[in-house]
Design a protein around this ligand. Structure first.
Ligand code: ATP
Length: 320
């Protein structure tokens, strides 16, 4: 059993990271294990921004979006020299195990750190994109998709009043999960995702036809990885001649108080991660599949790419 562990959040922040960190810290304290917080992700690990945490350090955070530990993108950590420096800092505090909460990139960084040897590493999937292989759930995705849905509902009110096409650009550079889930739940006519081809000319022809036969408005959800919402909106406006407006939701999608699902699942995963690393388990990522906690091999997780469920793509087309 380890005597001292550390926790960090890395990559894009996501609602529920705080709940996960709180669970890691409180589980460690419950088990009589010293726990350290690494501030500002891997960059903080390199810069020795590492501080001991107590149960009180994580009071009043379960309801907050973002991450109180801070997060950062670190180019230095992408180099072996950077990772060695980071590991040496952990060792200097006698830290014996590490919990990493972050997306695909952060877990890849964790896998590379693990290759240097030295301490058990356990990962938790923390990203709004829901694109971590091996788990159908990631911390923050539920809150983000509900934030987008709220925006779609509001935009629908104004679109229907004015007989407009509304294009909504949402996050997802490589993954169309947010667009697909919010688009289906929000009743979008078209959902454009990086994983599926679309024909904009055909789409415009169909839109024109449906407006001629009486449609009042259309909602089109675009994942940023499928193209710029502004550009797509311009093309649609020009090709259809229908008043087309674009909303780019941006960082509003990351913020907000985490949903019940995110708080609960992050808490469950945080406890599991802490218990695992304390007992010396290494190179696993904990997630959920079909409602049950699963442990995934860290290297399998980062070496595989999660794909969008083709059933959802099909359903979106049927319901459009
Ligand atoms: P999100 O899904 O929200 O974008 P992420 O964890 O995928 O989160 P990234 O920016 O890809 O976000 O990664 C976060 C950090 O992890 C990077 O800034 C870098 O320090 C580290 N990292 C990412 N990829 C690698 C890699 N291939 N090698 C080493 N470190 C990496």
């Amino acid at each position: 059993m380890l005597k001292s562990i550390a926790v960090l959040t890395s990559g894009g922040d996501s609602p529920g990271m705080n709940a996960a960190t709180r669970a890691v810290v409180r589980t460690a304290v419950f088990e009589g294990v010293k726990v350290w917080g690494i501030y500002n992700g891997y960059q903080g690990m390199i810069e020795d921004d590492i501080h001991e945490l107590t149960s009180r350090s994580v009071s009043d955070i379960i309801q907050r979006g973002g991450t109180f530990l801070g997060t950062a993108r670190s180019d230095e950590f992408r180099t072996e020299a950077g990772r060695k420096k980071a590991l040496a800092n952990l060792k200097s505090h006698n830290i014996e195990g590490l919990v990493i909460i972050g997306g695909d990139g952060s877990l890849t960084g964790g896998a590379l750190l693990s290759k240097l040897g030295g301490m058990p590493i356990v990962g938790l999937p923390g990203t709004i994109d829901n694109d971590v292989w091996g788990t159908d759930y990631t911390i923050g995705a539920d809150t983000a998709v509900n934030t987008i849905l709220d925006a779609i509902n509001k935009l629908r009110d104004t679109a229907s009043s004015h007989r407009r096409i509304i294009v909504i650009e949402v996050m997802g550079r490589k993954s169309g999960w947010l667009a697909m889930m919010s688009g289906i739940a929000g009743g979008a006519e078209y959902i454009l995702v990086p994983e599926a081809k679309f024909n904009i000319d055909q789409m415009c022809q169909d839109l024109k036809k449906s407006y001629t036969s009486g449609r009042r408005y259309s909602i089109i959800v675009v994942a940023e990885g499928a193209g710029s919402g502004i550009e797509i909106g311009k093309q649609i406006g020009t090709k259809t001649g229908i008043d087309t407006r674009v909303s780019v939701l941006g960082h509003i999608q990351r913020g907000g108080s985490p949903s019940v699902e995110d708080r609960l699942k992050a808490s469950i995963l945080g406890e599991r991660a802490a218990l695992a690393v304390i007992s010396g388990v290494s190179n696993v990522v904990f997630g959920f599949n079909s409602g049950k906690v699963v442990s995934i091999d860290l290297f399998d997780s980062v070496n595989n790419t999660k794909t969008l469920d083709p059933e959802l793509v099909r359903l979106a087309r049927v319901l459009a």
